[in-house]
Design a protein around this ligand. Structure first.
Ligand SMILES: CC(C)(COP(=O)(O)OP(=O)(O)OC[C@H]1O[C@@H](n2cnc3c(N)ncnc32)[C@H](O)[C@@H]1OP(=O)(O)O)[C@@H](O)C(=O)NCCC(=O)NCCS
Length: 180
């Protein structure tokens, strides 16, 4: 598969990855601790099911993962395509690689059925994701955690429509899944 047609023709191709384990993550970021900067939240995260990557000179340099998650918003039971594991090699940031890999992943997400994309991020990344078409969800989001417990998501929550005219429903948000 190749990157979105709206991207410059020189954009690197986005490929589907058959797996994204610690090995692939290390290929992108090296062996540092906490590459997403979210360890402080103390949450258990859900693995993503579909993986999109960019390789440069054979090395994996960017990734975005997707996993469909059930959730309730007010009285509405629905599903969202959760986006996570967005990461670019440290030396190659600021060159549009996140846009390229996110655009391809979102293009695929639009074929999956749910009306919404959902992600969680650190506050300093809000402007970056807004630039990519996401908007902040100001409602508190409750997420599942192991052993039948729940937690209030301490990161910022963002959503994007996956279908024309999709509007986020009103009401408290309960993710019926580990967060992604
Ligand atoms: C977050 C991360 C993936 C961004 O990757 P990147 O390749 O540097 O991002 P891009 O260069 O594609 O930037 C995406 C867009 O956001 C814009 N942008 C970047 N920083 C911005 C900021 N502070 N304010 C507004 N827009 C910003 C870029 O200009 C670009 O928009 P454009 O294509 O219209 O110019 C990368 O910094 C990273 O891997 N960080 C560590 C892991 C992490 O925190 N992941 C996020 C988990 S939620």
């Amino acid at each position: 598969m190749t990157a979105n047609l709206n991207l410059p023709s020189a954009s690197p191709a986005v490929v589907r990855l058959t797996r994204f384990t610690k090995t692939e993550l290390s290929e992108i970021v090296g062996d540092g601790e906490d590459p997403f900067g979210v360890a402080w939240a103390g949450l258990t995260w859900r693995a993503k099911e579909e993986h999109f990557g960019v390789r440069r000179d054979g090395r994996l340099v960017a990734h975005t993962g997707l996993v469909t998650v059930p959730l309730a918003v007010g009285s509405v039971e629905t599903r969202a395509v959760g986006v996570g594991g967005v990461v670019v090699a440290p030396g190659l940031r600021g060159q549009g690689l996140a846009r390229i890999v996110m655009t391809a992943a979102l293009e695929h997400a639009r074929t999956k059925g749910p009306r919404y994309g959902l992600l969680f991020c650190m506050p300093h990344l809000l402007p970056l994701y807004q630039r990519l078409g996401w908007q902040e969800l100001h409602e508190e989001v409750e997420v599942e955690q192991p052993a039948d417990t729940t937690a209030v998501m301490p990161l910022r929550s963002m959503w994007t429509p996956l279908r024309e005219g999709a509007r986020w429903p009103v009401g408290p948000v309960r993710l019926r899944s580990l967060p992604m």
